[in-house]
Write a protein that binds this ligand. Structure first.
Ligand SMILES: [Zn+2]
Length: 462
């Protein structure tokens, strides 16, 4: 038994033991993409980091409900829809699909539920009604709805700011606000923009309200973990907390934030944006290699991107993969994944992936020595522990998700069928026709058709 899981909580600025609200269960809400452009690795790093958290919780025996939303209505989406000359909803769907493909290419597990903002207008209206009824929010009569932030003593505690120091981020000239720092839950309809009817007039949601409404819908009033990128702490997450707590919900117990992908020490620049799109990078490395690279840094550390570092990381990964392939060939079977205690200790300490990778490197070093000496027991143990670790990191080359890109699964399948056919030939040679027929029938039951030809036995899948 390794030590229990400890996680860093942005809200308390400490690492402490994870205590789920319900034993054995974890509810996670991750702010997903605003679907207004093709995903670059800065966007997808968050998905990978929180997928590692989810996989580690699953490997630790938790039942995980994972929500990642899609922001499909937003100022940027409306602006892009004009630029790309397509309806806002068509643009949003186009990029939502691009994100879905990128997540799949990088083996990010699909969320338990993936709610879209526009599918939850009713829940947003219910929440706003509640906030207006209890005096936390107000509708000044022009179709907007605002949250009155001064009434909330907990406001800005996540980002550790003082209300007096805060400038209004937008619409400072807006005379409908009681205080310039109040933020919009709902924005009144503007000509040519989409809108939905509400008791306070037609309009569209402000960005923040959707996450409070959807987290409440799928995870309830209190849930375990809320995640997102570092840049979301303020204003987005502060405003989510304000809305939810003003409604009387406890909201998230733990706040986790992943750091950025940086270039030249800065948050990824727009100029490099296109070359760092996921689909562009997948022209030079495989999905499993890009994932390995993005997941290799600690989630709270900046990941300084360079093409050289990506290539070096891919080469390192291929060494690990190469060991697993050779081990499987020598053993004649694929060892089952197993979590090494040292790996578990590292992951339990706020998902210390760099330390966990040091354990994997040691597995590979010991395993390679065993390959040379032919020590099958050691080869099997190391291969099992590597597969266990790689599974948690979402980078097991034997995972069917990567089969198409690695070819490993088809190699294994081919090896297994050839093995069965050799057994059949041996059975026939000793005139054990009952066994040879049984092998043929069992393969046939799996849809494997075998054909005896002059050149030998061929197989195909029906
Ligand atoms: Zn959010």
């Amino acid at each position: 038994m390794s030590a229990p899981l400890r996680l860093y909580n942005t809200a308390t600025r400490t690492v402490s033991e994870f205590a789920p609200l319900q034993p054995g269960k974890v509810g996670i809400y991750l702010c997903g993409a605003t679907v207004q452009a093709a995903p670059h690795i800065g966007h997808i790093r968050s998905g990978v980091n929180f997928d590692i958290l989810r996989r580690w919780l699953l490997a630790s025996g938790f039942d995980v409900t994972f929500i990642r939303n899609v922001t499909d209505i937003d100022d940027k989406i409306l602006q892009k829809s004009v630029l790309e000359q397509m309806p806002w909803w068509a643009l949003a769907l186009k990029y939502e699909r691009a994100f879905t493909k990128a997540y799949a290419d990088l083996n990010v597990l699909p969320p338990t539920y993936e709610p879209r903002a526009t599918g939850h207008i009713t829940q947003m209206i219910e929440l706003m009604q509640k906030l207006i009824d209890n005096g936390s929010a107000y509708a000044p009569g022009n179709g907007d709805v605002y949250l009155e932030v001064r009434k909330l003593s907990s406001y800005l505690t996540l980002s550790n700011q003082k209300l007096d120091d805060l400038q209004s981020a937008e619409e400072s000239e807006n005379s409908f606000k009681r205080d310039p720092r109040d933020f919009a839950l709902w924005k009144s309809a503007k000509p040519g923009e989409p809108s939905w009817p509400t008791p306070w007039g037609a309009g569209r949601p402000g960005w923040h309200i959707e996450c409070s409404a959807m987290a409440h819908t799928y995870l309830g009033e209190n849930f375990d973990i809320h995640g997102g990128g570092l840049d979301l702490i303020f204003p987005h997450h502060e405003n989510e907390i304000a809305q939810s707590q003003a409604a009387g919900y406890g909201f998230a117990n733990i706040w986790m934030h992943n750091a950025w992908v940086t270039t030249a020490g800065e948050k990824m620049s727009k100029s490099l944006g296109n070359s760092l799109q996921v689909q562009e990078l997948l022209k030079s490395v495989r999905g499993i290699e890009l994932r390995w690279y993005l997941g290799s840094a600690h989630y709270r550390s900046m990941l300084e991107f360079s093409f050289e570092a990506l290539e070096e990381s891919a080469v390192n990964f291929r060494r690990i993969e190469g060991f697993l392939k050779r081990a499987t060939e020598i053993l004649g079977y694929l060892p089952d994944p197993l979590i090494a205690p040292e790996f578990a200790s590292a992951m339990n300490e706020d998902l210390a992936v760099p330390q966990a990778l040091a354990v994997v490197s040691e597995n590979v070093r010991v395993g390679n020595i065993a390959l040379t000496s032919g020590d099958q027991a050691v080869i099997a143990t190391q291969a099992s522990e590597i597969r266990g670790a790689l599974g948690v990191l979402g980078c097991d080359p034997f995972d069917p998700a990567f089969a198409a890109s690695t070819g490993v699964t088809s190699d294994v399948l081919d090896g297994l069928i050839v093995l069965a056919l050799e057994q059949r030939t041996a059975a026939r040679a000793r005139k054990d026709f009952a066994s040879s027929d049984a092998i043929r029938d069992q393969l046939a039951a799996l849809g494997v058709i075998i054909e005896d030809t002059a050149a030998g036995t061929r197989w195909s899948i029906n």
